[in-house]
Write a protein that binds this ligand. Sequence first.
Ligand code: GLU
Length: 303
Amino acid sequence: MTRAGRVCVVLALLLASAAAACGRAGSPPTRGPATGRLPVYQVDKGFRLPASPTWRRAERRGHLVVGVKEDQPYLGEKDPATGAYAGFDIEIARMMAASLGFDPTTTRFVTIASANRETALQNGQIDFYVGTYTINDLRKKLVGFAGPYYLAGQSLLVRRDEDDIHGPQDLDGRRVCSVAGSTPYQRIRDAYPKAVLVAYDSYSVCVDNLLTYQVDAVTTDDAILIGYAAKAPDELKVVGRPFSKEPYGIGVPRADDALRFALDDALAAREKNGDWKRAYEATLGLSGVPAPTPPPIDRYPAP
Ligand code: GLU
């Protein structure tokens, strides 16, 4: 190799490692507590669910494919160096895998943005989805929901130096960032039309925009915002009281009621045997909020 060629290789390597050190554009701040000791979920080895086409396909494949988020601290976060996923939603997915008879360590996680969840479930890209996914009647027309397994509420994240925003009523004329296809985005658009709404594909891009004074607030569920604030406590704070109810469900293909009911049963069992609480304490609980009582499971009849 010529000298110029060698210089080029070194430069390329330096640039690559600099890019890796900086993280992707939109990666969340990385300070804050690390993930705790994760529970080990007992696999329900004899489990079979022939009535579920999704389960049959996963069994043939040998593992589950689960849609998640990758930039939500303590909920669903992908380590840019190792590619490993961690967080409360990830643990819910793993304990569900164990209950469906799969070794949870074989679960393949795929990042799916809020706006693409229904399509991913409809076209079979994923077997189920666990990622801060609010159950509501509109979405129930497109997908099925097991759960809920957690109850969040919409809230606001602002910079520490912000004194004028305490709730959604203070957003008139202010720039507010949220994610396309999310319920918090829709609520601001419909109920607070004087706010200047900015939308991206992921909340971490909104948080980057907040830190660089491009927007004045980020809005989504408190569970998500508390994670960002805990990672950058000197720069960010969550303000006001939650102003909606966001019950998190596990999204499943709409026609697969066998899978939906099996996941309802699995959630009930894992809440009862303490796995739910152990998972919470090892993940979301690290942001400082003690484990709540999980909301009652809504085993709604087949549509
Ligand atoms: N829970 C809300 C929703 O499902 C906001 C969080 C998200 O976008 O995942 O739309």
